[in-house]
Ligand binder design. Sequence first.
Ligand SMILES: *Cc1c(COP(=O)(O)O)cnc(C)c1O
Length: 354
Amino acid sequence: MNPRIDINYDKLKHNANNMVNKYQQHGVHIAAVTKGFCAVPEIAKAIVEAGVKYLADSRVENLIKLKEFPLEKILLRLPMISQAEKVVQYADISLNSEMETMKALNKYAAAQNKLHKIILMIDLGDLREGIFDEKQIDAIFDELKTLKHIQPIGIGTNLTCFGGVIPDEKNLGRLVNLGKYIEENFDVKLEIISGGNSSSIYLVEESRMVQGINQLRLGEAILLGTESAYGKILEDQYQDVFKLVAEIVEIKEKPSVPIGEIGRDAFGNVPTFNDRGVRQRAILAVGKQDFGMHEITPMDKNISILGSSSDHLIVDITDSSEPLKVGDELQFALGYGALMSLMTSEYVYKNIIK
Ligand SMILES: *Cc1c(COP(=O)(O)O)cnc(C)c1O
């Protein structure tokens, strides 16, 4: 079925298992982030079998899909107050930064006779979520003591998301020290110091991870085998767990510059062209409605992408490694954005290969 995304179950399991084992030696456990594949349970199973400690997702709808797995589940995006009841129902742990939200969680946890665990988010400078003014921490922990159905079990941070700030000894060191301060002053045990996402792993890879960071929340490193601080490949991970496969619906020789006055393309941009003479072009039945504005890369290095519109992808196959005909399939490697879009597209068949 085309277009489709081929998902290699064993390679995914290897990637997750490899990280679990390696990071264990550095005192770091893994919360595996499932949003990249929309938390499809048949895919999540590989990650659970690999021995990760938690499953984590930014959307409650995805945590609901994961409810049959016996692991504790973490909600990554700050909860919406309007969803607080569901958050308590389907997440064991949530990341938080707002007292009003934690009060709402407390209310529903009381109603459901539950203890809802929270990780308080600290903004170390990336300027997305979290407490920025450390002076507020005292008041927050004082007030948390009055919420009987909320249990603060950790603090965490998120970096390299909005501001592109890279995790290092300095900012993660501040997080660890803050944790010590909280434990000493507020009679709580912080069992989790959550040091970020796939941008933090270079520190582990270089055996430089700050002592005291004991959790990373990892999507990209497991799914794509790359780290996201410097965009490097992880040598002992597979980069081709997920592949886009699309089908050729036209092959024709055409000039490389359009004929006529150039106005706007299908997305309102004025395109420019290099004249490379007549080229062999193929059109594939997949487009921006599926992969969004994100990058995809032909697995055949001798094929290049010329452009795409909502339902069509146009590639130059003049130098392709193999002869191609209409009906043939081409494979593409994916970045995180493309993976998310393709997994979300209802027009793309999800083909799990075991
Ligand atoms: C998505 C997300 C992650 C995982 O990020 P990766 O770069 O895929 O490892 C971690 N933490 C939070 C809060 C997230 O939203």
